[in-house]
Design a protein around this ligand. Sequence first.
Ligand SMILES: Cc1cc2nc3c(=O)[nH]c(=O)nc-3n(C[C@H](O)[C@H](O)[C@H](O)COP(=O)(O)OP(=O)(O)OC[C@H]3O[C@@H](n4cnc5c(N)ncnc54)[C@H](O)[C@@H]3O)c2cc1C
Length: 310
Amino acid sequence: MLKFRKNYPMSNVTTLQIGGSAEKFVAVKSEEELQEAIDYAKQNKMDYLLIGGGSNLLVNDHGIDCLVIKNEITGIQERNGTLIVKSGTLLQNIVDYSISHGLSGLQKLTGIPGTVGGAVYGNAGAYGQTISDYITSIVILNSAKDLKTLSKDQCGFNYRNSIFKQTKDHILEVTFQLENGDPKTLQQEADDVLSKRLVKYPKGIKCPGSFFKNIVAETLPKEILDKIPKEAIVYGKLSAGFLLESVGAKGQTLDGIYIADYHANLFVNQGSGTAKAFYDLAKTYAQKVKQKFGITLEPEVQLINLPPLT
Ligand SMILES: Cc1cc2nc3c(=O)[nH]c(=O)nc-3n(C[C@H](O)[C@H](O)[C@H](O)COP(=O)(O)OP(=O)(O)OC[C@H]3O[C@@H](n4cnc5c(N)ncnc54)[C@H](O)[C@@H]3O)c2cc1C
């Protein structure tokens, strides 16, 4: 029996710990429960939003007038290097599983919070590796309640993007074909990444990851690129942190939101921050970047019930 909660604070289910109440909230542990929750929303003429770990969300302080469905459908199956993973599985769990089973391709994603479904939605990545690198197919549930299997090519993956940002289809199951690797070497690679990550994201930090996307350097006109020092471009991306730092964002604060003094693309809730302060601070510095460089920064974080930033 599903437990629908009324006026559920989104601050309870986001890593930023900010956000007003969802009109209704339910956690689902199976595909049948997910279907039941969707039917409930339809019967009650409510919109609904499927979330995973809430690690990439900025939710309006006034909340959301809909049913929020938290995906807790988990499970990992493996056959000869093929991993079939339910979308509510924590990303860290498949990273750990792949390392201990000598499967290479996910180890650099260690430390990224959230679920496999959320990671696929935003094509999450770090240190030159992305979740989509070794995906072969994805099972989705679409708005017509059809289950479909999409090949990787049908998922429209590119930098921090997938077709699911447009279709809003629900990602149910993800299949990866990984390469063979030595567990000790893979663990060492993951440990190296994790020690770097812990400097940027100390344990318990209240944030949604990097706020803005980096910019794929080859999409920028030459006259803009000529003004950018080479070291600001890493893995082919111009760092949004560099641009924000150049307009003085580091260390700035507004009503409980703080921009890290060591990374200008990291906006942190100091405890009493609001979505409004977060949004206003981000908008101020995005506008300064636009004025100085002519570059429009695009949020990586999903804005829930907030107007587009730029
Ligand atoms: C400390 C910290 C460090 C981070 N580091 C990184 C990093 O290095 N690289 C990186 O890419 N990201 C990073 N992030 C951002 C975030 O962790 C990732 O984007 C993560 O993959 C989001 O997963 P989630 O389950 O939390 O998604 P949520 O935040 O719950 O949801 C994000 C979006 O995905 C949609 N969604 C979720 N599940 C599904 C599903 N099953 N089907 C369809 N749509 C779905 C939601 O509707 C929402 O629009 C970091 C975040 C934090 C807090």
